[in-house]
Design a protein around this ligand. Structure first.
Ligand code: ZN
Ligand code: ZN
Length: 379
């Protein structure tokens, strides 16, 4: 595989002078102004190799990397250690350009807690009312079985970093206009951990964990409302190098019900009732998720009138106590009969004759009454 020494055409024990000489020669030959645009990639690759090998600390890190074969190639970001490879470069840059490295010089631990994961959980109103069991499928990091989550092929404990001698900190001397300045930075080789895995496991690349597809049956208690999350401890990403696992958060998405609207702890629904029941008052049966219930309509019920049915609403979270539930609020819609047989029609006509005054219609108030009730309902 391509490595920095091969790019410059020098042996791995080449002196600084040999490296500089080889680079100058190649840079002249490959410069796009001389060799044309197609050589630009090669020119850059040679520059990258020189940048790494001409700096004694970077070269030491690179040699270490080559020796243990953790990354194989010339990619400095590809360390197989517990640290994120990208931090290595950040830290080095920070050291030279006064970036964030100062803030990171505190010794970290290779042991890291796994991140939490959030997964969407689709629920129906019935699930919210009574709780349920849901199969949850998601992708997460699990402990690597190849290396027993140690990240090491030989399952060895991490070794002390040879560059910073375990301190996690390196000192770089910078030459500036004001003279030499010693800059303290997180060690680029071990990412500031002070220790590293010398023989990274090929399956998990030294992380001690691998990404896997997981499924399990989640117990969802009643009262889990739309947008709220259920925490399942320890089912998040596995930790690194023996760190604790993160948690899994199941975020509820409650689908719209055909008949019932969730309004806080209450449920709301519109109920069609016949004109005769509304006029005379009677008991009517309604179908709810709690089974068939009977309610009593008072005589003279109007469209838009409401009635509260206690404890048929949303339960409090994980509380199956009926008295802790909200209410069901019904709004009535009075239906005019449309299919009358002869006898029914005759009876109604007789009633109509008794109430001749009803043939004179009158306007509702534009500000009070039916529309007002509708507005209140929807607001
Ligand atoms: Zn180190
Ligand atoms: Zn492994």
């Amino acid at each position: 595989m391509d490595n920095y020494y091969d790019r410059l055409g020098v042996p791995s024990d080449a002196s600084d002078a040999e490296i500089r000489k080889a680079y100058r020669k190649l840079a002249r030959e490959l410069h796009p102004d001389v060799a044309g645009q197609e050589s630009e990639e090669k020119f850059k690759a040679v520059g990258e190799a020189f940048e790494a090998l001409s700096n004694s600390e970077k070269r030491a890190q690179y040699d270490f990397q080559l020796q243990y074969g953790s990354a194989g190639g010339a990619n400095m970001g590809g360390f197989g250690f517990g640290a994120g490879g990208e931090n290595v470069f950040d830290d080095m840059m920070g050291a030279f350009f006064g970036g964030t490295a100062q803030a990171r010089t505190q010794r970290r631990s290779l042991k890291q807690r796994g991140n939490d994961i959030e997964v969407a959980l689709s629920l129906s109103l019935e699930d919210v009312l009574f709780g349920t069991t849901k199969k949850v499928a998601y992708s997460a990091f699990s402990a690597c079985d190849e290396c027993n989550a140690t990240g090491s092929t030989s399952k060895k404990a991490p070794v002390k970093c040879p560059v910073c001698k375990g301190s996690g900190i390196t000192h770089n001397v910078m030459r500036t206009m004001l003279g030499q300045i010693s800059v303290q930075a997180a060690c680029g080789t071990c990412g500031g951990y002070g220790e590293m895995i010398s023989d990274p496991c090929p399956k998990c690349l030294g992380k001690g964990r691998v990404r896997e597809q997981k499924t399990f049956d989640a117990d969802v208690p009643c009262g889990l409302l739309d947008g709220s999350s259920l925490k399942v401890q320890g089912r998040g990403n596995a930790g690194q190098n023996g760190g604790l696992a993160g948690d899994l958060f199941l975020k509820a998405h409650v689908s719209q019900d055909e008949h019932f609207i969730i309004d806080g702890q209450n449920l709301r629904a519109s109920l069609h009732v016949s004109m005769l029941v509304a006029t005379l008052g009677d008991k009517v049966k309604i179908d709810t998720y709690d089974g068939e219930k009977t309610i009593t309509l008072p005589a003279g019920t109007q469209t838009g009138d409401t009635q509260k049915v206690k404890h048929l609403g949303i339960p409090k979270f994980a509380n199956e106590d009926e008295s802790a539930r909200g209410d069901l609020i019904l709004r009535f819609i009075v239906d005019t009969p449309t299919k009358l047989n002869k006898k029914e029609r005759a009876l109604l006509e007789e009633l109509h004759k008794l109430q001749k005054h009803t043939t004179h219609a009158y306007f509702d108030s534009a500000h009070k009454g039916f529309f007002d009730k509708l507005r209140n309902w929807f607001s």
